[in-house]
Design a protein around this ligand. Structure first.
Ligand SMILES: [Zn+2]
Length: 77
């Protein structure tokens, strides 16, 4: 690890970062934007940074993304 990396860890991510609660609130919308090909990271600032730093939310995001991509609960099959 370089000195810069250590400094970054102390200071946290450069951009705004959501809390887990905010992340959870925005996750549906974020996933919908992603799947729509919209600039999700612009619409929901801080989400990407949070997912990269929070394995629990990253996992929630991955499973929601897979779930919605597969058609979600309301899609006729
Ligand atoms: Zn989190």
């Amino acid at each position: 690890m370089t000195r810069d990396d250590q400094l970054k860890r102390l200071l946290g991510p450069a951009g705004p970062e959501l809390t887990c609660e905010q992340c959870f609130d925005q996750l549906d919308r974020y996933v919908e934007l992603e799947l729509a090909g919209a600039p999700a990271d612009e619409r929901v600032p801080g989400m990407r940074a949070h997912l990269e730093g929070c394995p629990a939310c990253d996992e929630d995001h991955a499973s929601l993304l897979a779930f919605v991509a597969a058609g979600g609960p309301s899609s006729p099959s």
